[in-house]
Structures are given as C-alpha cells and as structure tokens.
Design a protein. Structure first.
Length: 175
C-alpha cells in the first residue's frame, strides 16, 4: 500500500476523529463561561445550583475524553523528543508505529475491556447524581470511559497505517 492509498484508506477515520475533536473543543468556551457564572452567582449573589457545577464537570470530562485522540492525531501530545525531533521521517515513523502497537493499541483494548462492565452497570440503573438537584445523567457521563479508548483505537489504526506507509515510501505524511 503506497502513501496515497494509505491516506485514502484512513481518511474517513481521521476525519471522524478530527470532527469530534473540533466539536468538543468549543465546549471549553461553554465551560469557561459556566465556571464564571457559578463563581459569580456563588460569591456575588450567595446563590448556587448543583446542576450547574456538575455541568462543568461533564463538559470537562467530555473535552478530555473526546479530544484526546484529536490531540494525538495533531501530534500535540507531550513527548520526550530528545532522540526523536532531529531524526528522519522513517525513524520517527518506526518509533510511532512501535509506540502505537506496543502501548496505544493494548491500552485502548484494555480500557474497553475493563470499562465495559462499569459503563453497563451505570446504564442498567440509569445512574444519576447523588446530590439533590444534581444531573440525572451520570450513566451518560460514565459512557465516556468507552468513548476515549474507542476514539484512541480509531486514531491508532490511522497512525499505524500512516507509519507503515512512511516506512515503505520514506515520504512524510501530510497532516
């Protein structure tokens, strides 16, 4: 599979990860405004609502769990690149492929495996907040435990195929 064939093969998966990441990135603005409102109401008017505070937590979790794969796709994750930065495209593709196959894929599969029962239990009882006035959607929030490894798994496939194409051709993947 050449570089162009790999790009065509993974394009829909990469697009899905990017669209989801860009969509939830806007939630940071909503989260910031909501946090400002919570603080203003609490300290300015001695008023507060649990549902509003929990909403910030839900938004925060959604941003991190959905956008993690997008950050990986954009190569924006933290890395120690002392031995990586100045190397050839082939070398970097080899390192990325090894990391994806040895760490990211097993981590994602493991998270799906251990998270399944946890999420299923929350769905079975439609778990809600234990706080009076809290959001009744804890079961939905806990579903993000499966969304994170799901998106990471998609991105792992994209990354692995791109790395294989670079190793075969020696040409960098256009991002």
């Amino acid at each position: 599979m050449g570089l162009n064939a790999a790009a065509v093969t993974v394009a829909p998966l990469a697009r899905l990860v990017a669209v989801a990441g860009r969509a939830v990135a806007w939630l940071t603005l909503v989260m910031t405004l909501l946090t400002f409102l919570v603080v203003l109401l609490r300290y300015g008017f001695n008023q507060g609502w649990i549902w509003m505070q929990e909403s910030v937590t839900y938004l925060h979790a959604t941003v991190f769990m959905v956008a993690a794969a997008w950050a990986l796709q954009a190569d924006e994750h933290v890395r120690v690149d002392i031995f990586y930065r100045e190397r050839s495209d082939r070398y970097r593709a080899g390192v990325d492929l090894a990391g994806t196959v040895m760490f990211l894929l097993p981590f994602s599969v493991f998270m799906l495996y251990i998270g399944w029962d946890y999420v299923a239990a929350a769905w079975a009882v439609r778990e809600a907040s234990s706080e009076p006035g809290g959001l009744p959607l804890v079961w939905l929030l806990k579903s993000l435990v499966l969304v994170l490894p799901g998106f990471l798994l998609l991105q792992a496939v994209v990354t692995a195929l791109e790395c294989i194409a670079v190793l075969r051709s020696g040409l960098p993947v256009a991002r």
